[in-house]
Design a protein around this ligand. Structure first.
Ligand SMILES: [Zn+2]
Length: 359
């Protein structure tokens, strides 16, 4: 069966069926206050495999950025299908979090129902949502555009590049790190913990409190070239945790950065930072794994399309077609790309679990 889906509801159905076939225990966290884009119920589903009280655990998260859940869900589905009816490990508890941001997954958008970028919302101890981001303020005129005509997208992108060539590409990284003053903008960190943030902390407390060793992967798309796998490992380069995860995935080599400034942005409020906050007594290693989908211009055009579809363009009669265009940028229909994801993704899961078992 094809592991990729066309809708959140289809992806959810496949995940639940594959998890049951693999012998998983399921916990569903419904969003009773909101509906999906087709009126369907929304939930974040957690599948547990292996011994409940194992001191070692592997955690996989999908849909932190809703639209990217289409790919993460396909990876989990393919990985679970390979486990169908098979024996489970007796030394590692496996926790699979499907659609931590279900509203955004269903509505084919990056951010939560409040336009909050969930991966900027995990501010430490939930305080400090008030920082300035002058780089974002400076770049906003190139981002808050109407991209419903390709000529406007191209003109905005060229002006954006000229601005950064003049003022420095480090501003792009600073823009990406999160902003607090444009609720209708990109990379908006929000004002308080989102539903998905509170739920993720609860999932950690309920299912991982027993673990003293935790390895994790948060599945994303959009960073890197089409067909490339980019590992954004959590922690400082050279630290024991960083080195551990890099060894699991054999990505210790210092590759050319996927970011044009040459450095990885210093993101604040990442979901992965909550794992250490909530499990202070565990040793934790892992990271975001990105499948690259397109060139920089296409990604920026997609982000602008997504933003516009949520605000100025929301009543446009063709808004659904623009949302589909965004989905195709973030989860390409190209068969060669999907084959790569379904080969690499489950293998990365297996390396994570083997790594946790032998750490
Ligand atoms: Zn992402």
């Amino acid at each position: 069966m094809d592991s990729f889906s066309e809708s959140y509801a289809e992806a959810r159905g496949k995940f639940l069926a594959a998890a049951l076939d693999a012998g998983a225990h399921l916990h569903s966290h419904g969003r009773d206050d909101l509906k999906g884009s087709a009126g369907e119920p929304l939930a974040c589903d957690v599948a547990i495999l292996g011994p409940e009280n194992a001191p070692r655990a592997a955690l996989a998260i999908t849909g932190t950025h809703g639209i990217e859940g289409f790919t993460g869900s396909a990876v989990l589905h393919r990985w679970l299908a390979s486990r169908r009816g098979g024996a489970q490990r007796d030394d590692v508890k496996i926790v699979l979090v499907h659609a931590i941001n279900p509203w955004a997954f269903s509505h084919k958008t990056r951010t939560t129902e409040n336009n909050v970028d969930l991966n900027r919302n995990f501010i430490r101890d939930n305080v400090g949502y008030q920082r300035e981001n002058p780089a974002y303020d400076a770049l906003a005129p190139f981002l808050h555009i109407d991209p419903s005509d390709a000529r406007r997208s191209l003109a905005a992108y060229r002006a954006y590049k000229r601005y950064l060539d003049q003022h420095g590409w480090h501003l792009e990284n600073e823009m990406l790190e999160g902003q607090y003053h444009h609720p209708d903008g990109l990379f908006y960190a929000g004002k308080e913990p989102e539903w998905s943030n509170r739920l993720f902390r609860r999932i950690l407390a309920e299912h991982l409190a027993q673990a003293s060793t935790v390895g994790f992967v948060d599945w994303h798309t959009g960073v890197g070239s089409f067909g490339e796998v980019v590992y954004l490992i959590t922690g400082d380069k050279g630290s024991p945790d960083y080195t551990t995860a890099a060894r699991w995935w054999n990505c210790e080599e210092d590759k050319t950065s996927a970011f044009k400034s040459g450095a990885t942005p210093k993101y604040r409020g990442l979901l992965s930072q909550a794992i250490r906050q909530e499990l202070p007594n565990a040793r934790v290693a892992g990271g975001v794994v990105e499948f690259g989908t397109a060139d920089e211009y296409s990604i920026m055009r997609g982000d602008c399309l997504d933003r516009w579809a949520r605000f100025e363009g929301r009543n446009d009669p063709n808004v659904a077609r623009f949302q589909d265009a965004y989905k195709d940028i973030m989860c390409p229909p190209d068969l060669s790309w999907r084959r790569m994801v379904l080969d690499e993704g489950p293998a990365i899961m297996d390396k994570l679990i083997a790594g946790v078992a032998s750490w």
